[in-house]
Design a protein around this ligand. Structure first.
Ligand code: PMP
Length: 449
């Protein structure tokens, strides 16, 4: 029973594994954009695990590819050749621009970022790394250093040689707080979507330069890591122009540019297959996970032949990376995306959803900002629009639980847990968006009464 399961969870699963919602969901099945609980009740899944289900839960085509591979060969390590790892390496690199042609397969986003860090250090012979505040790059002891959010750090310090610059946050300003945040239009994020270069980009580049100049031994930067839209940090969308200028700065200090596309990549932003392409930059290393496997453990680090060549010094090994089933799944997900025009769906539904969210923002005093691109959207809740004070914990819980009770699952993020995150399986429809919007109106109206 549900109660028995909760008891097992309490007794046999580590308490660090937090569950969503006051009454956690017991999920029995998932099909495409729908999840089904132990009573058979269905929920529209707007979070896809954590931004991981791309083409749909248990997508029949992907399931078939996995099953077929499973009956042939389900494990060999990457010290052997097998057709699937080669086929997938070719296929995934075809999606990337420039010289990004060499893949190392791993199993999770954290593992990918650990490896990217090692590659950058080997290639440059330097040690220091800069990441952006409010970023999330993983939970391994190494990645905890890259992840610049205090909530996740616990026993680990920032990591020797890792420095943080301010994340460009048009809503919360240079220091990410709320008391001192600049007074800007609550429509700041919309003006960025219109395509103009946001004037505030420069001040964040200046702040990055300050970190580079004061914290890094001259010319000895190994890498700069950035998500192209901060995911766990609350769908924080950088002003256009920032990443381009930041990459130029970083390269002038001798560092490599690493794009963490674990959440923002894979067609989700609609206009481009990879989030960084929307910023007109080409990174030296790209890390990817989540969507590429549609929920199957599959992740990769892709880099240029020159950077990859230095890895010959490392004899780096992992047991499961490039597993035949994972690669068969990866190939099938790519094919499915093409056949079902998944990226196109993000491109069409994203603005439709965002417009509806903008109406919601204009209607309710506790909605401070809405933002995002394609099907990577966020809605930031505040106590009031003027002060932008983040909403209190009990009030956000009420909204979050309320949505779930109406059959809509969304994620939460942001420094204060104040941002609702909508990053669904990319197969959702216009009717699903309408259903979610109706639920949002209902819970927000109740929360404002
Ligand atoms: N990078 C980003 C941008 C992420 O969102 C995450 C996971 N939330 C990771 C890295 C780490 O991925 P994993 O949990 O698979 O280790």
């Amino acid at each position: 029973s549900y109660e028995d399961m909760r008891e097992v969870r309490r007794k046999n699963l580590n308490p660090a594994l937090a569950t969503n919602f006051s009454e956690p969901l017991l999920i029995h099945e998932g099909h495409m954009q729908w999840l089904f609980d132990h009573t058979g009740r269905r929920y529209l899944d707007l979070f896809g695990g954590i931004v991981t289900v791309s083409v749909g839960h248990c997508h029949p085509k992907v399931k078939e590819a996995a099953t077929k591979q499973m009956s042939k060969l389900w494990h060999t390590t990457n010290i052997y050749m097998h057709p699937k790892i080669h086929e997938y390496a070719e296929r995934i690199t075809e999606t990337l621009p420039g010289d990004l042609k060499v893949v190392y397969f791993v199993n999770s986003g954290s593992e990918a970022n650990d490896l990217a860090m090692m590659m950058a250090r080997l290639y440059t012979g330097s040690f220091d790394i800069v990441t952006l505040r409010n970023s999330y790059h993983g939970a391994s002891p190494y990645c905890i250093g890259l992840t610049a959010q205090g909530t996740w750090k616990y026993g680990f310090a920032n990591g020797f040689g890792i420095h943080n610059a301010s994340n460009p946050d048009p809503y919360r300003g240079l220091w990410g707080g709320y008391r001192d945040c600049e007074v800007q239009s609550t429509r700041a994020s919309e003006s960025m979507l219109e395509g103009g270069e946001c004037s505030s980009a420069q001040k964040y580049v200046d702040q990055l330069e300050e970190v580079l100049a004061y914290s890094i031994p001259r010319g000895r930067l190994a890498a700069f890591f950035a998500e192209s839209i901060q995911g766990v940090g609350g769908t924080v969308q950088f002003p256009l122009g920032y990443l381009k200028k930041a990459f130029e700065k970083v390269r002038s200090y001798g560092g490599l540019c690493v794009a963490d596309e674990v959440q923002s990549g894979f067609g989700r932003t609609g206009d481009h297959f990879w989030g960084f392409e929307g910023h007109d930059v080409i990174p030296d290393i790209v890390t990817m996970a989540k969507s590429i496997g549609n929920g199957f453990p599959l992740a990769a680090v892709v880099t240029t032949p020159a950077v990859a060549a230095t890895m010959a010094q490392a004899l780096h090994f992992n047991t499961f990376g490039g597993n035949p089933i994972a690669c068969a799944v990866g190939i099938s997900v790519l094919e499915t995306m093409k056949e079902e025009k998944t990226q196109e769906n993000c491109k069409v539904l994203g603005p439709y959803f965002l417009n509806k969210l903008a109406e919601i923002r204009d209607k309710y005093p506790i909605v401070g900002d809405v933002r995002g691109k394609g099907l990577m959207l966020g809605l930031e809740l505040v106590e009031d629009k003027g002060s932008r004070q983040p909403i209190s914990a009990p009030r956000i819980m009420e909204v979050w639980d309320g949505l779930k009770n109406l059959g809509v699952i969304v994620g939460r993020g942001g420094h204060y847990g104040q941002v609702l995150r909508m990053k669904p399986p990319m197969c959702i429809t216009k009717e699903d968006v309408d259903f979610a919007v109706e639920a949002l109106h209902e819970v927000l109206q109740k929360a404002c009464d």
